[in-house]
Design a protein around this ligand. Structure first.
Ligand code: F6R
Length: 240
């Protein structure tokens, strides 16, 4: 695993943007695996600023997201589909038809997971961006998820509901279930870029880099990926 430690979040976001922009410039039809959460917001800001300043072209790029809350349709303001439009896609010249995420409003969850797996098969990712949960989750693969998992429905861990409640009006509004890309599908991406910021991620980063490879720490599977880069700020790197 390649590890880049930055002095702060701003530098982390700039370094991550350099990597994504490099891929898009090199391959205008790139498939980007993207993530939500607060960690990539600085990166997304950098990508939009670069688009404005340098005109980097996303017209042929396709984007595939990791996860979506079950029960929230794409127009719900707390859905990840909405988050992606607001925080990234609306600021790029990406065709929204080329952006993919699980359908949170699907009536049949199992069928939706199958549909998403078939889509992932047809769109091999050049890079998969990941944040990391304080409990070591990646996407919504909570501790105990089998490494062989493909897209599936999850019950969110209490710690994840609590962590994510900051983006909702109240903790009671946070859905308890979500659809998530599985660890097997994440590992199939040609390359992986993990971002971690802040002291509350230090333990998870330590386990990701130096811990035992175990399903108790889903992120530890990334030690087995041949092309994985971790960028973390000094607070998140404190226990390395
Ligand atoms: C987001 C996702 C989650 C987050 C993780 C960290 O699509 O799948 O695994 O990456 O919960 O969230 P933040 O960045 O908000 O700390």
């Amino acid at each position: 695993m390649r590890i880049i430690i930055t002095k702060d979040y701003d530098e982390l976001s700039k370094k991550a943007a350099e990597i994504i922009i490099g891929i898009v410039k090199n391959k205008p039809t790139a498939v980007l695996g993207l993530a939500t959460g607060t960690t990539p917001l600085g990166l997304y800001g950098e990508l939009k600023a670069d688009r404005d300043k340098n005109g980097t072209d996303y017209s042929k790029v396709r984007a595939v997201n990791l996860d979506e809350y079950a029960g929230l349709g794409a127009d719900n303001k707390n859905s990840y589909a909405h988050f992606m439009r607001e925080n990234l896609f609306n600021g790029l010249n990406i065709d929204l038809k080329n952006t993919y995420i699980e359908n949170g409003a699907a009536a049949d969850g199992a069928a939706e997971c199958k549909r998403y797996d078939a889509l992932l098969e047809s769109l091999p990712r050049d890079i998969q961006l990941l944040g990391i949960g304080s409990n070591g989750h990646i996407a919504f693969n909570e501790p105990g998820t089998p490494f062989g998992a493909t897209t599936h429905t999850v019950e969110l861990a209490a710690s994840t509901v609590k962590d994510n409640s900051r983006l909702f009006d109240s903790i009671d509004d946070v859905p308890r279930k979500a659809y998530t890309m599985g660890l097997k599908s994440i590992m199939q991406s040609r390359s992986i870029l993990v971002l971690a910021t802040g002291a509350n991620k230090a333990e998870a980063v330590k386990n990701l880099v130096n811990g035992k490879i175990t399903e108790d720490v889903p992120a530890s599977v990334l030690q087995l990926h041949p092309d994985c880069t971790l960028i973390c700020d000094s607070a998140a790197a404190a226990l390395l």
